[in-house]
Write a protein of this length. Structure first.
Length: 200
């Protein structure tokens, strides 16, 4: 069972790294769209595609379509097999607390709920009216299913901390698994570098 859990967690961690790459690429593409005159039309399209991509990854992790293991199922699987961990009781408490946090923290629970709700709706995931820092339009006011950008990176950070703690308690070195995107768009478009932030 230990090997099976390690494999599950590693698979989730690879998804997290890909998610982080896509989200940071989205942020840089958004900056290029806003601050650079070069390739503006391309970056408008790229930004929308990147939003679509990271939203679908999050949907696979958190929605309840029954087609793949979800984060909540991973937590329960680890709790049910706590003896495979170095500090089983500590891990059990940690996982219980994180599971509660996912349900009770206003920002995390809203992010998960919106992802689940919107996954199969006709509204596109890349609709900036719903996935942006801007104030909602009259149309959006009547749809409470908005997902502020900061809730997305809070959710991604929550995933990271959860997986890294599990890997640490399994004595698994995740060092060989690394993100691939290192904000190199700023090398092509230096104008965006001063605006870059790294929230995750």
């Amino acid at each position: 069972m230990r090997d099976e859990i390690i494999e599950d967690v590693k698979n989730f961690y690879e998804q997290y790294l890909y998610l982080k790459d896509i989200y940071l690429a989205y942020m840089d593409s958004s900056l290029a769209e806003k601050y650079s005159d070069l390739g503006k039309e391309f970056f408008i399209m790229a930004t929308s595609a990147l939003v679509e991509s990271y939203m679908m990854i999050l949907a696979r992790m958190f929605d309840e379509d029954g087609k793949s293991i979800k984060v909540s199922e991973l937590i329960n699987k680890c709790k049910s097999n706590k003896d495979v961990f170095t500090n089983p009781d500590e891990v059990f408490v940690f996982l219980t607390d994180e599971g509660r946090k996912l349900k009770k923290d206003k920002d995390l629970s809203n992010a998960v709920e919106v992802i689940r709700h919107r996954r199969n709706r006709y509204l596109a995931h890349n609709d900036k009216e719903y996935f942006s820092h801007s104030k909602p339009t009259d149309k959006a006011i009547f749809d409470n299913d908005r997902l502020p950008s900061y809730e997305i990176w809070l959710l991604i950070n929550w995933i990271k901390e959860l997986l890294e703690k599990i890997l640490e308690e399994l004595k698994v070195d995740a060092g060989e698994m690394k993100p691939k995107y290192s904000r190199e768009l700023a090398k092509l478009l230096p104008v965006i570098e001063q605006h870059q932030i790294n929230p995750i």
